[in-house]
Design a protein around this ligand. Structure first.
Ligand code: TRH
Length: 392
């Protein structure tokens, strides 16, 4: 019987769309390698998508080591080396049949973990960690659910994340960080942000009701500066407003700044430096929670409006750390931003949201404590797998 924690990990990621699948897989891979001394291979089917998050990646390399992780191509018909101790099937995208055959032929069967999507729904507690042996081979397979409530796998958080975030925000509060912010904007070719402006980072899917948001900001009492990362939303705004390739546009009290899509390691800084963060999908949504600034989630749409159930489930648990009135205001804006039928108009939800930013920041400090109590996803996963290996 072996009790040593599993050291060799294979993570298989098929990019369905956008950046979330690889965003989570890459973050997990790095953390397992850096903080748990694991030998990690990340198998990914779309290297250019990983490259957007990590510019060091060579899209033409068959095998490469990047930030302590071996990155390899995930291809259906390819040959695979002997499997690792733990195999992560990211978001249930599936494993290549040739690799499964190798797993089945191994003397010591690897652990197969299906890493699921994050959800705050209560059923997660009953399904998290359950065994579900692979029907064709009988290989041991388990479902693992990230989550924000006890009984789930928690969310990803690097060991030094909060110290880095707190150091950045402390210098901001003391005024010293102004230089960092100035440098951030000037490195991207922009003037400094006016001192009285509310800054937004705006990462959302193109179908978000951005016109309503912009119109509320244009007419608002305070100047607003919105940083919009290049991508489908920026393209949709440019096209609809006939902005051509302009990088900066002033309209009423709103200034739009189109900023480059930054490497994943830099994205946190944008969140920390913004007064309000609009985020989407899964990974940016989690990073906004750790950033601790008021945020608005544009959830990934699913068939039959399944995402609305997920959205409301999160709002229910998140609302517990907010005063009742602020919880109502946050819910209203999030439902409006997600186009939920019968949501109040964004025009009225937005100023109310702005007015309770302080209460939201306080609530987010409590939220952070709650998330910390869950441990972090990579550490929890390591612990879970070590336990299973010890039982073998
Ligand atoms: O890109 P997303 O919408 O990704 C996904 C996928 O669509 C997936 O199929 C879906 O199931 C899932 O959402 C729920 O959103 P997400 O998860 O926030 O991923 C974005 C990643 O991009 C995240 O790791 C942060 C990173 N990022 C940068 O590195 N630089 C940037 O400038 C920005 C804006 C984001």
């Amino acid at each position: 019987m072996s009790t040593a924690p599993p050291r060799r990990w294979d993570i298989f990621c098929r990019v369905i769309d956008n950046y979330g699948d690889i965003g989570v897989s890459w973050r997990l891979a790095r953390q397992l390698a850096h903080e748990h001394g694991a030998a990690v291979r990340l198998w990914v089917d779309q290297l250019p998508v990983l490259r957007a998050l990590c510019p060091e990646v060579d899209v033409n390399a068959a095998v490469q080591s990047v930030q302590g992780v071996r990155v390899l191509p995930y291809a259906e018909g390819a040959d695979y080396p002997p499997p690792a101790d733990v195999v992560i099937d990211a978001f249930g995208g599936g494993l290549p049949p040739a690799y499964i055959a190798q797993m089945a032929a191994s003397a010591v069967k690897p652990l197969w973990i299906v890493l699921e999507y994050l959800s705050a729904e209560s059923w997660v507690r009953e399904h998290h960690g359950l065994p579900s042996p692979h029907p064709q081979t009988g290989l041991p397979r388990y479902f693992y659910f990230p989550g924000v409530a006890p009984g789930s796998g928690g969310v990803l958080r690097e060991a030094d994340l909060l110290a880095r975030r707190d150091a950045f925000c402390a210098t901001e509060d003391a005024g010293a960080g102004v230089n960092d912010l100035r440098a951030w904007w000037s490195a991207r070719g922009f003037d400094d942000v006016p001192a009285d402006a509310i800054t937004l980072s705006l990462f959302a899917y193109p179908h978000a009701p951005w016109r309503e948001l912009f119109s509320a900001c244009e007419q608002g009492a305070s100047p607003v500066v919105a940083a919009i990362p290049e991508g489908p939303l920026a393209a949709a705004i440019r096209e609809a407003c006939r902005l051509g390739q302009s990088r900066r546009v002033q309209t009423g009290n709103l200034e739009l700044r189109f900023v480059p899509f930054v490497p994943q390691l830099d994205y946190d800084t944008l969140l920390w430096a913004s007064d309000i963060n609009f985020v989407r999908g899964e990974d940016s949504f989690v990073r906004a929670q750790w950033a601790g600034q008021p945020f608005v989630w544009h959830i990934y749409s699913q068939a039959e409006a399944a995402h609305e159930v997920k959205l409301r489930a999160f709002l229910d648990v998140f609302g517990e750390v907010l005063p009742a009135d602020s919880a109502r205001v946050v819910r209203n804006l999030w439902l409006a931003w997600n186009g939920v039928a019968a949501a109040p108009p964004l025009a009225s939800a937005w100023p109310e949201f702005l007015a309770c930013r302080q209460a939201q920041r306080q609530g987010l400090r409590l939220w952070r404590e709650k998330l910390l109590e869950l441990g972090d996803l990579a550490g929890n996963l390591q612990h879970f797998c070590s336990g299973l290996v010890a039982k073998k």
